[in-house]
Design a protein around this ligand. Structure first.
Ligand code: NAP
Length: 277
């Protein structure tokens, strides 16, 4: 697909969502962005009146999603590209973090994204074209202590993305999971949910991780505008990938993980194959 398109991007108030919306608008695409307040709606629409359209939607308002998407299709026309960008990071040692924090993490990062996909798919399938980008994370491939729920949610979205891509390929619909490394957005700042500490046994492991993340916030390697340009290149491609890493940190860490898995699989190969027959 090339030419000017209509993009529906969740979470355009800051970070990747805002950067992608800005670059897409500058390239002549039309953007319908979701936000969570009337003020953010007005701010977004002022970016390019007529081409930047905002809808107030929390992606965990599952009852509202179908209605909002149907209303967008009716008033703004066909959605060519859905970008599931809305999401946040939960930080906390698993044993210390309430299950309610995990449910919220999965509601936003996984169930919200799936509900959005289910809402756009019928019309995309009828048109036999469309593209869905799911913003996952390098944390959907590699893991780090202290963000177990976040990694779990991004692994889930990676898996769902890849499997869905196989289901909808015959209908001309592409699904791309975009996995960024560390970028300068509000992710580790105002948006992060941090569970309080309660078990001193984890102090030595976790305290330096929390401190380092707070200190690094705003100084990460990745530039969200450059990420936005990379995402637009994928959107413009006739053969987009099922997975795209963004950032040299993501590239190095994911490659190291894949080779460590390969090595471990090899080391245990005899036991693995011993169960056949
Ligand atoms: P951000 O600047 O905090 O932006 C997050 C956006 O998601 C905001 O617009 C926020 O809206 C929205 N959002 C959060 N919860 C929502 C909900 N329940 N319903 C609707 N919108 C919601 O951070 P970001 O880094 O750009 O995050 C975008 C995506 O990139 C996330 O999925 C994140 O996990 C992923 N990611 C980020 C990094 C990184 O280093 N920055 C790396 C890998 C992946 P409000 O303004 O209303 O809160």
């Amino acid at each position: 697909m090339s030419g000017n398109k209509t993009l529906l991007i969740t979470g355009v108030s800051s970070g990747f969502g805002r950067a992608l919306a800005g670059e897409a608008l500058a390239s002549g695409h039309r953007v319908i962005g979701t936000v969570r307040s009337e003020q953010a709606k007005a701010e977004f629409e002022a970016l390019k009146p007529g081409s930047a359209i905002a809808r107030v939607l929390d992606v965990t308002d599952f009852e509202a999603i179908d209605r909002v998407v149907a209303d967008i299709e009716a008033s703004a026309g066909p959605i060519d590209v859905l970008v599931n960008n809305a999401g946040y990071g939960h930080e906390g040692v698993m044993e210390e973090s309430p299950l309610a924090d995990m449910r919220r993490q999965f509601d936003v990062n996984v169930f919200g994204a799936v509900a959005m996909m289910k809402a756009v798919l019928p019309a995309m399938r009828a048109r036999r074209r469309g593209h869905i980008l799911n913003i996952t994370s390098m944390g959907g491939f590699i893991t780090m202590p202290g963000i177990t729920y976040y990694c779990g949610s991004k692994f889930a979205l990676e898996g769902i993305s890849e499997a869905l891509g196989k289901e909808v390929k015959p209908f001309g619909i592409h699904v791309t999971a975009v996995a960024p490394g560390s970028f300068r957005t509000d992710w580790a700042g105002r948006s992060m949910v941090r569970s309080p500490r309660s078990i001193p046994d984890y102090d030595a492991l976790f305290d330096p991780i929390r401190t380092a993340r707070e200190e690094k916030s705003g100084k990460q390697l990745g530039d969200p505008v450059k990420a936005a340009r990379a995402m637009l290149a994928v959107i413009d491609s006739d053969h987009p990938p099922a997975h795209l890493l963004l950032g040299s940190d993501a590239l190095a860490l994911v490659r190291a993980k894949l080779s460590a898995i390969e090595e471990e699989i090899g080391a245990w190969e005899t036991l693995t194959t011993s169960t056949d027959g």
